[in-house]
Write a protein of this length. Structure first.
Length: 403
């Protein structure tokens, strides 16, 4: 089987996902096109250089609908003979795009792909595409659907994470992200985003709150307490599934949950022959990929079984992994991962994560793969694992290995 290599990985800065955010004026197509152009320029691609562009986005409605991938190719400087495929695995869409591209290369279906994703959450509101799992009673009632915030609080309750635990993790994420920017660790991967006149409008993640401390977070009320407890509350639904829980401890709020932002990322994946053709040096090999379905009520525990599955596919054990990136959808998600595998925090999300910098749903999976690769190179580490929890109960994971 052909090996699949990562030749480049780029991302935009993440803009606040509201009308006063720096990227609000940039459409999803325009933001994605700037990423494709940056990959093309940095790698010297010409003509029908890649087989396809596989593009993830979670809310496929309005300007993000209608096969956004193909529209983005047409808006970019790529050859119009390159098609586009839009995919949706919610929060793992960007990772699934990368994994799908890698497995296409491994299977011989083309020498190279650009994979990644975009989400402009200030322009296309999360959930505006509808979701049968939440609103169709024939599904929601049978599977004890609750919103993600309730699921995060269930994890905290089930696995014993206190308000101090989740807040402390969030404070550390902010500190690490600020230190990473100060140390210029993201410089290789960041693409400055420009307006229609070519003027720079954002070169730095703007969601961060580096002054966050335990006192600041301690003043925030739990965001999902009323949703859970006010009748008919979702806590009652959850306890039908988990009757051993006397009460759900509501510990999450905006400060220890992922930020709503705009952002995009792109990864260039190809075979050895592709690299030789364009004079490109591979940075890493995609060793294994995995995806899995999980309990749709607790919903966000997918990184644990997805990691078990990807390690088995790679013929590895948890101790073989040097660095980890676990998407910070909520603090409890990452705390549960560390608890399940006894992973030291010094090896995980060493540059902060989505709590500090934000979670542009369709792009995050590609972002954390790129962040992981950059940090592996910086530290001289050989193996890394990236994973995300996914809405409605799924998980995805990728193992990469430096060349």
């Amino acid at each position: 089987m052909t090996e699949a290599y990562i030749y480049d990985a780029l991302r935009s800065p993440r803009g606040k996902g509201r009308k006063d955010g720096s990227l609000h004026e940039v459409t999803s197509v325009a933001l994605g096109a700037q990423m494709l152009n940056a990959i093309r320029e940095r790698s010297g691609l010409d003509g029908h250089a890649v087989e396809d562009v596989i593009w993830g986005n979670a809310t496929q409605a309005f300007e993000q609908g209608g096969c956004l991938a193909r529209t983005t190719v047409l808006a970019s400087e790529l050859d119009e003979r390159i098609p586009g495929l839009s995919i949706n695995r919610f929060c793992a869409s960007g990772m699934e795009a990368v994994n799908l591209a890698a497995n296409q290369v491994k299977g011989g279906a083309g020498e190279a792909y650009i994979a990644g994703g975009v989400e402009c959450m200030s322009r296309v509101a999360m959930g505006s595409d509808g979701a049968a799992v939440a609103v169709d009673p024939t599904v929601a009632m049978d599977h004890y659907f609750v919103p993600q915030g309730i699921s995060a609080d269930i994890i905290a309750t089930e696995y014993g994470f206190s308000r101090d635990d989740v807040d402390s993790f969030a404070v550390e994420s902010q500190k690490r992200a600020a230190a990473a920017w100060e140390d210029k660790r993201f410089d290789r991967s960041i693409v400055t985003i420009r307006d229609v006149n070519g003027l720079p409008i954002l070169a730095h993640d703007e969601y961060m709150r580096p002054g966050t401390d335990m006192q600041t977070l301690g003043g925030l009320k739990p965001a999902f307490k009323d949703l859970g407890e006010v009748m008919p509350g979702f806590d009652s639904v959850a306890k039908l599934k988990y009757p051993h829980l006397e009460a759900i401890n509501h510990v999450h709020h905006a400060g220890n949950s992922s930020g709503i932002v705009d952002g995009s990322a792109a990864v260039l994946i190809g075979s050895k022959e592709f690299g030789e053709k364009y004079g490109l040096k591979p940075r890493a090999r995609i060793r294994a990929t995995a995806k899995i379905g999980t309990d749709p009520t607790i919903m966000l525990t997918g990184p644990v079984p997805a990691t078990e599955r990807v390690l088995k596919a790679a013929g590895m054990e948890i101790g073989d992994i040097d660095l980890f990136e676990v998407n910070e959808a909520f603090s409890s998600v990452v705390l549960r991962f560390m608890q399940a595998f006894d992973v030291d925090h010094s090896k995980l999300n060493v540059n902060g994560g989505a709590i500090a910098m934000g979670h542009p749903l369709g792009a995050s999976g590609a972002i954390i793969i790129g962040t992981l690769l950059d940090e592996m190179e910086r530290q001289g580490k050989s193996t890394g694992l990236a994973t995300l929890c996914v809405a409605s109960g799924m998980g995805a994971a990728t193992v990469i290995e430096l060349v």
